[in-house]
Design a protein around this ligand. Sequence first.
Ligand SMILES: NC(=O)c1ccc[n+]([C@@H]2O[C@H](COP(=O)([O-])OP(=O)(O)OC[C@H]3O[C@@H](n4cnc5c(N)ncnc54)[C@H](OP(=O)(O)O)[C@@H]3O)[C@@H](O)[C@H]2O)c1
Length: 280
Amino acid sequence: MNVSDDFLLAGVMGWPVSQSRSPAMHNYWMKEHGLTGSYVRLAISPDGLQDALRALPSLQFAGCNLTIPHKRAAMKIVDEVDDIARKIGAISCVIVRRDGSLAGTNNDHYGFIENILDLEPNWRADAGPIVVIGAGGGARAVIYGLVHRGAREIRLINRTQARAEALVQEFGGPITVLPWEDRHDALEGAAMLVNTTSQGMIGQLPLFLELDKLPVEALVTDIVYIPRETPLLEAARARGNRTVNGLGMLLHQGRPAWKAWFGIEPTVTPELRAMIEATL
Ligand SMILES: NC(=O)c1ccc[n+]([C@@H]2O[C@H](COP(=O)([O-])OP(=O)(O)OC[C@H]3O[C@@H](n4cnc5c(N)ncnc54)[C@H](OP(=O)(O)O)[C@@H]3O)[C@@H](O)[C@H]2O)c1
């Protein structure tokens, strides 16, 4: 542990940050492990990010998570960015090191994979073609995770095709970009479908995707978690597909953060999942 044992501190920096479910989760773990400390929301504007991050060591923070809009900007501020965060192109977690320097990593890929394995223990990334819709920051973490779990074929489809092509240029690997208009047909023979767009999120239109060609054996997952069941997941479940919602991605990415901050690896229990789900 690289921080004061007296009162453990960590938090999430975002702008806005009031919507974040992270405090409820981390403070649950604090209580569960009998620790004295707090995980707090930090409303930090983009202009204030550098000063806020640099203040963490003197405030005795073990580190922090980053959410919209700070994940990319923080890469230029911290002292060291690990290979995973560099590849994903974003930092989700900052660790204050013993000497007061700041290390940046990204645990979203881990959260994505662990959430699936938690709810579908027999899932394998190499079971068949995987269709990924979207090519933003979330997609980069998802694709990083899938490739590292041995995915053999990823069909990547994004409204802005050039963004998907740029992602493939950087990542390489078994990824084929398909045009947005072909997304319905691209589901044929797929073993898994992942929505990483913001479509289906509260306040947004549902993702328009015809599921007719998707095998009923395919697993369907959405990284959007508000609402807990997006229209896509609801439609997939109604036609007999197994579904996994996005909340567990958020929950599981917290585990390696705790390991790095406090030397403890907490668990995602059904009780924790239900508690956070009740707030959605
Ligand atoms: N569960 C978790 O832990 C977790 C983690 C990260 C993100 N998320 C969620 O994932 C979602 C995406 O986040 P992000 O960070 O990847 O955002 P982002 O980097 O801004 O990317 C947004 C993605 O959505 C697509 N999109 C936006 N509006 C669209 C529309 N009208 N039609 C079709 N596609 C559209 C974008 O396509 P273009 O490139 O064409 O604009 C892009 O692929 C958010 O809801 C976020 O809350 C969840």
